[in-house]
Design a protein around this ligand. Structure first.
Ligand code: NAP
Length: 276
């Protein structure tokens, strides 16, 4: 599995990772297959039901191999509750540190300065290595940068798949300019991937044929084409995990990119951030 630098952190992180929303109990065994294949960037959240417990099981004895990300819910993002939520996540994950801790989304329930003060104290306490956010637009990123006193934003995790390319207009350029990693979630549109019979599906399959790759591998390659991008598909079927591991380590050429743009048009104007 290919890795790249995760924003300004200096950490090398697998470009394709593993999501855990709706992860089934047996998912721990499958997740280990993914880790064996180098899909070591693992994304979870306090909000994902039992997922943190299952991840804890999957990474047992392998903590140092993975780059572990979890999230605090906005309703828990007061100073005190952020500290508590982190401790609870650590307990469920059976580890004593997270690589990155994200504010799951911005909802204004608690001032961002309060949440970030807790995040910075968690870094000082060694409970998290880096601070991140999720579903933030440029204005929210700027406000967060202003309140952080001794840390940078490591990443912004946002919706990014072929039918939802809105981030390419201004969020991606902004993150690139600030060296903030952009982690795209739901790369397969949450089960809404173009069918093989559709025009879009046929275009992806045609590109894949040329490179001996599948349509989904073409999608993952496209979604991680630029330097600061990462993607975290969720897969609980071992065949899917193996397929996803083949989504990097090769190149799409200009002709492929043109075809993708023609069937999945890029944004022409600044689009509001979609959220699932
Ligand atoms: P997704 O990764 O786009 O799609 C998951 C679905 O695709 C599952 O049904 C999975 O099936 C299937 N799949 C995966 N690989 C496949 C393959 N190679 N061939 C065929 N089917 C395949 O959707 P997602 O779970 O919404 O997004 C991924 C992760 O992003 C989440 O799990 C979560 O960690 C994160 N996320 C974050 C936010 C946020 O607000 N920050 C929001 C949504 C998601 P199987 O399970 O059967 O393999």
């Amino acid at each position: 599995m290919r890795t790249r630098e995760f924003g300004s952190t200096g950490a090398k992180v697998s470009i394709v990772g593993q999501g855990t929303w709706n992860m089934p109990k047996h998912g721990a065994a499958e997740m280990r297959i993914g880790i064996d294949l180098g899909l070591t960037h693992i994304d979870t959240a306090e909000m994902y039901g039992k997922a943190e417990d299952y991840v804890g099981e999957a990474i047992s004895g392998r903590r140092e191999e993975v780059f572990l990300v979890s999230k605090v819910m906005p309703s828990n993002a007061s100073y005190k509750k952020t500290l508590q939520a982190c401790d609870t996540s650590l307990k469920r994950l059976k580890t004593d540190y997270l690589d990155v801790y994200l504010l799951h989304w911005w909802n204004g329930a608690h001032p961002i300065g309060e949440t970030m003060r807790a995040m910075e104290d968690l870094v000082d306490a060694g409970k998290i290595r880096f601070i991140g956010v999720s579903n933030f637009d440029v204005r929210q990123l700027r406000q967060t940068e202003q309140v952080l006193t001794r840390n940078k934003i490591a990443c912004n995790q946002v919706l990014y798949h072929l039918r939802s390319r809105g981030i390419e207009h201004s969020l991606l350029p902004y993150c690139e300019s600030q060296n903030i990693a952009l982690v795209g979630y739901s790369p397969f549109g949450q089960g809404n991937f173009p069918s093989a019979e559709s025009k879009q599906g046929k275009a992806l399959a045609g590109i894949g044929e040329k490179h001996r790759k599948t349509a989904r591998q073409v999608a993952l390659r496209f979604l991680t084409g630029r330097k600061g991008l990462f993607t975290i598909p969720k897969a609980s079927d071992p065949d899917h995990i193996c397929e996803n591991a083949g989504g990097v380590g090769w190149r799409l050429d200009d002709e492929d990119l043109k075809l993708i743009d023609s069937v999945f048009p890029p944004p022409l104007k600044n689009e509001p951030l979609d959220m699932i």
